[in-house]
Design a protein around this ligand. Structure first.
Ligand SMILES: Nc1ncnc2c1ncn2[C@@H]1O[C@H](COP(=O)(O)OP(=O)(O)OP(=O)(O)O)[C@@H](O)[C@H]1O
Length: 365
């Protein structure tokens, strides 16, 4: 087998968080390109591999039969040499509230390029800070990835919050031959807003109701006739045993754009503040008529780099996470992302992907 040149990724560049590591690992596995990631999470209060990152590394080690050096907690340097991609059933229990969605963010792109379907069963946090809430993955990421010809099934068996975790999900991934170019350029007209305002454990239903009512009020202030169907849910003890609360709201447009925003309950933050934060952010997206919200931006970059053809999206100003994802994708694949601002002040991001083909799937036929 041809040995590809090792790529060194500086984990402290730009955002300096876990995302550079996640994207570098995924691309390393897909392209079978060895990587060394240095200064991992250098800009975080506790640099190095945290639980979530370590679980992602070790899952990918199994998935790709990789040689790995530095896969220990708080390690600031990692060398990873993948061999193949093995579609199979995988299971990991983080024993913490490590974000399940962020571990999925690492393994999903890789398993798309396996020779057969896979299931990844994870225990950890489903709704935790600084990560997509599980409803965001289902309601925003999933339909957005469909535009790249990617589909997955995600089942929430149990919800889990900070600090204990205890959430459990199953992700089923079907491999693809290649990723199509995704287009996110036409906003169309706002059609409806939906989502969920939830609570669990000893958190009273009134809190979820207050978040929902405030969110609906903010949306209706700007668009009095907007169809706004945010469900209020109290999770049963079978579905969530610890205390937790949050809101995820999603705007749908006539061209199929989905834009999400969210907030999570925390001590000393009033419910109406959470509802207002989430809905004000969503209103901002709708007013600017952008097709990709601030959190989705960085999550699309890896797929744009791998796609067959030119993908494009219209967003607000690029986040530091997105700039970081672009840096990693360019280093790993050699693609070039173009970023421009149009006359309406929206950011237009485009990239001609490398047209990556799944050789494992084709050789199976
Ligand atoms: N509220 C949210 N909704 C959707 N996605 C989110 C939300 N908050 C964060 N994300 C996404 O989660 C990821 C967080 O990346 P980041 O590098 O901060 O992760 P991390 O592994 O938690 O690292 P660190 O602990 O080093 O910050 C990004 O893809 C970001 O877009």
């Amino acid at each position: 087998m041809e040995t590809k040149k090792l790529v060194e990724i500086d984990g402290s560049y730009l955002e300096g968080g876990g995302q550079a590591l996640r994207n570098a690992l995924s691309l390393s596995c897909i392209l079978r390109r060895p990587i060394r990631v240095v200064k991992i999470r250098a800009n975080r209060p506790k640099p190095g591999l945290a639980n979530q990152h370590l679980h992602a590394v070790n899952l990918l080690k199994n998935i790709t039969n990789a040689d790995v050096v530095g896969n220990t907690l708080l390690s600031t340097e990692l060398e990873f040499t993948p061999r193949t991609i093995i579609g199979d059933m995988y299971r990991a229990d983080t024993h913490t509230a490590a974000s399940i969605t962020l571990i999925y963010q690492t393994v999903l792109p890789v398993l798309l390029f396996a020779g057969r379907s896979s299931r990844v069963d994870l225990t950890g946090g489903t709704n935790v800070f600084f990560a997509p809430q599980i409803e965001y993955m289902l309601q925003v990421l999933q339909p957005s990835l469909e535009r790249f010809g990617i589909s997955f099934k995600l089942k929430v068996l149990h919800y889990g919050f900070c600090p204990r975790g205890n959430g459990r999900c199953q992700l089923d991934v079907e491999p693809v031959r290649q990723v199509s170019a995704g287009q996110f350029l036409e906003f169309g007209q706002p059609q409806w807003v939906d989502g969920v305002s939830f609570c669990a454990g000893r958190i009273p239903m009134i809190l979820a109701t207050e978040m929902q009512e405030t969110a609906v009020r903010v949306i209706h202030k700007l668009w009095p006739h907007q169809d706004c169907r945010i469900q209020v849910v109290k999770h049963s003890p079978e579905k969530a045993c610890d205390n937790g609360a949050g809101i995820v709201i999603v705007a749908h447009t006539s061209t199929g754009c989905v834009l999400g925003s969210s907030a999570l309950g925390q001590k000393k933050v009033l419910a109406h503040m959470l509802g207002s934060d989430a809905s004000s952010q969503l209103s901002g997206y709708i007013s600017k008529e952008i097709c990709v919200d601030d959190n989705l931006q960085d999550q699309l970059i890896i797929f744009m780099a791998l796609a067959s053809g030119c993908s494009r999206f219209l967003s607000g100003p690029l986040t530091q996470h997105t700039r970081t994802a672009i840096y990693v994708a360019e280093q790993m694949t050699g693609v070039k992302f173009n970023v421009a601002v149009n006359q309406s002040g929206q950011t237009v991001v485009s990239c001609e992907g490398i047209d990556y083909r799944n050789e494992l799937l084709q050789s199976n036929e």
